[in-house]
Ligand binder design. Structure first.
Ligand SMILES: [Zn+2]
Length: 105
């Protein structure tokens, strides 16, 4: 016995069968019945990345003068540059090891 319910399609607004599965689709328009649930994983990753990006090495304070602000912003962007450089280096090394593995095999 399949447990099916009637649900209103978020895409076309028509009633369709819903079995509670993440990838259930509307029988009328073929759209996902729970698009927000389907894309939750991707959303989580984006939010996580954003949280990391919001972190600053030097916090700007309202009491900071214009020179202090500039210096802090400069160091923040410079340190973020190093961070991305590190990632690029890691990606490069991984690719290099993969190539070496192919050649050596
Ligand atoms: Zn629909």
């Amino acid at each position: 016995m399949s447990h099916a319910n009637e649900i209103k399609c978020p895409s076309c607004g028509k009633w369709t069968m819903w079995t509670g599965r993440v990838d259930d689709k509307c029988i009328d328009c073929g759209g996902f019945l729970e698009p927000e649930r389907f894309s939750r994983d991707a959303e989580k990753k984006i939010v996580k990345g954003r949280r990391i990006k919001d972190n600053h090495y030097f916090d700007l304070r309202p009491t900071d003068g214009p020179v202090q602000r500039e210096v802090k912003l400069f160091f923040n962007s410079m340190l973020w540059g190093f961070y991305y450089l590190e990632i690029a280096f890691f990606v490069f090394m991984t690719a290099l090891l993969a190539v070496v593995g192919i050649i050596a095999a």
